[in-house]
Design a protein. Structure first.
Ligand code: HEM
Length: 404
């Protein structure tokens, strides 16, 4: 790629290999005005970290990016409103609730899917496991019927497409808006019912949670559940696929993880750094701000390239290499807002589901390794990644020896 030309995040070359483009951007074009998305594109680690951490970078971009399909969610809130509403939901995703209520749900859903292919010696891990597992977990956690899985899968695919619709395709917009209406018709009667008769499930927790007299409205609960399908489904799906791909591509590291399962969080964290599920997150500064390469005017959209920041050589030695033992990735804080990678964002919107995702990965990867010995790529080589906004292989065909 010619260093004189700024890479175009909507070009076919970029979709094929964003990592080469990220290098050119970090080195020679740290601030690009990208007309088709009407946004500034930033790629250096220090700029992306600032955009996530400094309050001047608001998340008002979600007013148009997500609110039309979800309704108003914590993603677009700030200040006291954000902290109150985030606290209402956060406890369900950590500590006692996570360990006691949801670990059995995670174990059961993962084991059930593995049972479907464990005896066969081959699997497309994306189709038969990764796209189903996290969404089944959320649906189960919410206390909704898993038999509606296909419905949820269709909804989250159209919502995700709406979010990633950088080129403004009208059909994608229409499908996203139709999904919002369908989801509302589906969920609001269930929310009303759980308000009256709460159980132990996550939806009941959301219906009854209260801090200083503040409760979530029915619309807010519906919006949050809709957000969960995307935020917790697509992302974790891609994370599992990429962790397995990275491990199978590095047999000695796969062996280390097989022998010592306490290395799974490190393999996951290194995957989040090298091949993150979410490559782009937007922000909207409330005032003019100086970043590498110039000024971003108040109110403009900034596209923060997580995938580029996470490979910045100023931050990580040998950044394009997968190394679950790397000393420059802080493994002890990789799932907290003190992380030194950007895959979960940072600051006040740091992913509320990071610990849930880690638990799903710990259980899922461990169960997969228990069931599958001698794992190889069926096609002889690692499959290519796919996607610009979110990214992972579209299929991961593996051949293995079933364990007895
Ligand atoms: C590997 C898996 C995951 C990745 C890579 C990921 C990534 C992210 C990122 C980048 C953000 C920040 C968005 C922004 O600031 O604009 C975020 C926020 C969020 N995530 Fe995750 N996520 C994952 C798993 C989950 C799971 C399992 C859940 C819940 C079921 C979840 C729920 C949320 C929510 C509710 C927010 C909004 C937090 C706020 O605005 O305060 N995520 N996630």
């Amino acid at each position: 790629m010619n260093a004189a030309t700024a890479p175009d995040i909507l070009s076919p070359e970029f979709a094929e290999d964003p990592y080469s483009a990220y290098r050119v951007m970090r080195e020679s074009h740290p601030l690009i005005w990208h007309e088709p998305t009407a946004s500034y594109v930033i790629s250096r680690y220090r700029d992306v970290v600032r955009a996530f951490k400094e309050p001047v970078f608001t998340s008002r971009n979600y007013d148009w990016q997500l609110e039309p399909v979800h309704g108003r969610t914590i993603l677009q809130m700030d200040g006291r409103e954000h902290s109150t509403k985030r606290n209402l939901v956060a406890s369900a995703f950590r500590g006692k609730d996570l360990a006691e209520k949801f670990v059995p749900v995670i174990e059961r859903n993962s084991a059930g899917l593995i049972d479907g292919f464990r005896a066969t010696g081959s699997v497309d891990l994306v189709a038969e496991y990764a796209t189903r597992f996290p969404i089944d977990v959320i649906v189960d956690m919410l206390g909704l019927p898993t038999s509606d899985h296909d419905l949820f899968h269709r909804w989250y695919t159209t919502i995700m497409a709406f979010l990633a619709n950088l080129s403004g395709d009208e059909e994608v917009t229409r499908a996203g808006l139709a999904t919002k209406a369908e989801f509302e018709d589906y969920l609001l009667p269930i929310v009303a019912e759980r308000r009256q008769h709460p159980g132990e499930d996550l939806l009941s927790v959301l219906c009854t949670a209260e801090i200083d007299g503040v409760v979530m409205t029915e619309q807010e609960i519906k919006a949050f559940c809709s957000l969960l399908l995307v935020a917790g489904g697509e992302t974790t799906d891609k994370a599992i696929t990429s962790v397995m791909r990275n491990l199978v591509a590095h047999p000695e590291q796969l062996r280390a993880v097989r022998d010592d399962r306490s290395l799974i969080p490190a393999a996951f964290a290194e995957t989040l750094r090298l091949t993150p599920p979410v490559h782009m997150i937007m922000r909207q500064p409330a005032e003019d701000v100086e970043l590498s390469g110039g000024t971003v005017e108040a109110g403009r959209t900034v596209t923060c390239l997580i995938g580029a920041a996470n490979r910045d050589p100023e931050q990580y030695a040998d950044p394009d290499t997968f190394d679950l033992h790397r000393p420059d990735l802080d493994m002890s804080r990789a799932y907290t807002a003190g992380a030194n990678h950007t895959a979960f964002a940072l600051g006040r919107h740091f992913c509320v589901g990071a610990l849930l995702a880690r638990t799903e990965l710990e259980i899922g990867i461990s169960q997969l390794l228990d069931a599958m010995d001698d794992i190889r790529f069926t096609d002889g080589a690692a499959p290519p990644e796919h996607g610009v906004f979110t990214r992972a292989p579209q299929s991961l065909r593996l051949t293995f020896t079933p364990t007895s």
